[in-house]
Write a protein that binds this ligand. Structure first.
Ligand SMILES: *Cc1c(COP(=O)(O)O)cnc(C)c1O
Length: 439
């Protein structure tokens, strides 16, 4: 399978090459030329009973990776990376939560980050030069990538996060590991961090000296493992109902939603997708009929979704061949304020005894709104993207009860922190990269 740039001006490459390059040379994002139809038993759920996430993942990964790796290597990669589960929890007969926070850093990004880290550390195309992974993060990506790559051979990670705009726990997950993980605290917003990373990738001079790659959701190696849990959600749902689901996806950079659309193209039946955002509502506005107008992000309590220029939107357009009308038919979008989000955290706790993090709460709000607007009686699956303990202050305030902190998170809070303060000037980043990683 070949991968092409959404800008259409770069040559086709293999999955491994697309993953190592990150952004295509013409500045576009890599997408597969076509999506394989999986031979999973979508229309025969009975024979799917007992199909594990790992087995589903292997079947989904093989067509993408078979140009670069053997079947055994692909299967080993999955066994090594996809070690956490993604259970579907029923709140009501027609409302489910897909818990994606059972990995080491308690957010769905562990799926992409662990998969990518193990791919890079074992299967680099040229092994002489170390790979430097540059990551802009609004909070959760940094921790997941740091944990996924920590102490692996031949790869260094350099994280850029906006100063004062990530939670304490998110910051600690990035700044306490050390070894091959370096954290840069940027004086600016997430959009500044993202701009700096993009600038580094398009700096020809820097790229002749260093082998840079990205672990942001612009990287196709993060998207693929995110299709796995949509597929497993579909089969888990069949134990409750034979109706096809609506997926509600709390969204920021829209990588997660893109992965859902890819899973659908790979054969998974879906009624609709719902994009749930906080006040950073560029995509919901577009879905309502206005133009796609990126703008500065604003800070909210669901900070992993504070994105003003969602980069994966290009991919969504590519999946629909640029047809705005069918995008708007198939994807609905809603945005909510922090106040709405707090109310939902309280409501879902009172009604279902379920503790939702702020991102999941935004998803639950969108689910509620969708079922009011569209009476299609499909079961709704809300993707729960993070564990509530990552947003302790916000959540405990609403539910008047203590949220238990899993040990793997508590451990990070006890270690010493180390990070480098930096302005949002590109020249400063470049100097630092050359000094740290150059020869
Ligand atoms: C990253 C993140 C999101 C947004 O996901 P995208 O793929 O960028 O749309 C939502 N919730 C949490 C908890 C996240 O970490």
């Amino acid at each position: 399978m070949k991968f092409y740039s959404t800008n259409g001006k770069s040559d086709g490459v293999t999955f491994l090459e697309a993953a190592e390059t990150g952004l295509a040379p013409d500045g576009g994002l890599y997408m597969p030329d076509s999506l394989p139809k999986l031979s999973l038993p979508f229309n025969d759920p009975e024979s799917a009973a007992g199909l594990t996430l790992q087995e589903i993942s292997k079947q989904a990964a093989r067509p993408f990776l078979s140009d670069s790796l053997s079947i055994n290597e692909i299967d080993d990669l999955i066994d090594d990376a996809i070690t956490m589960e993604a259970p579907l929890v029923k709140l009501r007969d027609d409302l489910f939560v897909l818990e994606l926070f059972h990995g080491p850093t308690l957010a769905f990004k562990d799926f992409g980050a662990r998969f990518m880290a193990r791919l890079f550390s074992k299967h680099r195309s040229e092994s002489e030069k170390d790979l430097i992974i540059l990551v802009a993060t609004s909070g959760d990506t940094g921790g997941a990538v740091a944990s996924g790559f920590y102490d692996l051979d031949g790869v260094h990670v350099c994280l850029l996060f906006p100063k004062g705009k990530v939670s304490d726990i998110q910051r600690k997950q990035m700044t306490t590991l050390g070894k091959n993980i370096t954290a840069l605290e940027i004086e600016g917003t997430f959009d500044d961090c993202q701009r700096l990373v993009k600038q580094a990738f398009s700096d020809g001079n820097l790229n002749t000296t260093l082998r840079l790659s990205s672990a942001n959701s612009i990287n196709v190696a993060r998207l693929l493992p995110q299709t796995f849990y949509y597929l497993t959600a579909y089969f888990q749902l069949k134990e409750f109902t034979d109706k096809d689901p609506v997926f509600v996806v709390p969204s920021g950079n829209f990588g997660n939603l893109t992965a859902g659309l890819m899973a659908e193209k790979m054969g998974m039946p879906v009624t609709a997708f719902v994009a749930a955002t906080n006040r950073n509502d560029v995509v919901p506005e577009y879905l309502l009929g206005s133009e796609f107008l990126p703008r500065m992000s604003v800070q909210t309590i669901s900070n992993a979704m504070d994105v003003g220029n969602p980069s994966n939107f290009e991919r969504i357009r590519a999946l629909f061949d640029g047809d705005d009308t069918s995008i708007r038919q198939h994807i609905k979008g809603y945005s909510f304020s922090d106040e709405d989000t707090r109310i939902m955290i309280r409501k879902v706790y009172d009604e279902y005894d379920y503790v939702a993090d702020p991102h999941t709460a935004v998803g639950l709000l969108a689910a509620e709104k969708y079922s009011k607007d569209f009476d299609d009686r499909s079961p709704i699956i809300v993707l729960s993207t993070a564990h509530a303990s990552k947003f302790l202050d916000v959540v405990e305030n609403e539910i008047d009860s203590k949220v238990s902190i899993p040990e793997r998170l508590a451990k990070a809070t006890r270690r010493g922190e180390k990070s480098h303060p930096m302005s949002s000037e590109y020249s400063e980043l470049k100097k630092m990269l050359l000094k740290t990683y150059g020869i």
